[in-house]
Design a binder for this molecule. Sequence first.
Ligand SMILES: [Zn+2]
Length: 261
Amino acid sequence: MPTSLPLPVLLVFALLIGLSIGSFINVVVYRVPLGLSVVRPRSFCPACNTELSSFDNAPVLSYLVLRGKCRTCHAPISARYPIVEASTALLFVGAAIEFRHSWSLPAIWIFLAGIFALALIDADHLRLPTRVVWIHLALVTTALVIPAIATNSWHNLFVALCCICFWSGSFLVIHLISPEKLGFGDVRFSIVLALMLGSFGAGTALLGFFLSSLVGLMVSLALIAVGKVARDQPIPFGVYLAAGSALALSLQPLVPSRYHF
Ligand SMILES: [Zn+2]
């Protein structure tokens, strides 16, 4: 378990794995909405289709060495790729610092990577691909069930199940009343959010539930106020759900223990 590693070793591990996963998130976000495989072919330059060598595909570093241009055709490479890689690494390091004593750290890493990828896809395409949502849920569930088996403690998962009933149940009701306000994709996405946050107790899940709604509402109202979006324009609600949940997770240690249930 990560708890047995000295902190500097854990942080270097988190940084390296975060950079690699960030690179994979770029692949998922680009390819899944186009219906392409995330495994084959190897990464290529979208301008000249040249396959990238491992040396030109190193997270962040290659972008800096190549000064943001393809080695073959010199077409500019979007700065978003290294930004996503560096942000994922920061998320992984932050989670490692906060949750280094928790059996949940691997689940949290998988959770953060998944919600980051889904938020980016939602921002780009206004949808949360069903396949990615279910695979993400399956991976997070597995990463939470393994420590539950190892420690024979099922209480946290039982609380998480109750949180799913509350959070996803509320979203389902809103969706049934007003499907144009809240799509079924958001209902499906809320299951993994309630599961992860609920495994830390009902207080953390409630915090995530309210923060996500609050972040979504405030940003939407601000965008309408400055005329960036029309009142009836669809918004990528998954982005706010992901941001609010990540925020709740980072604030989790501040939730009073009497709300941990
Ligand atoms: Zn090129």
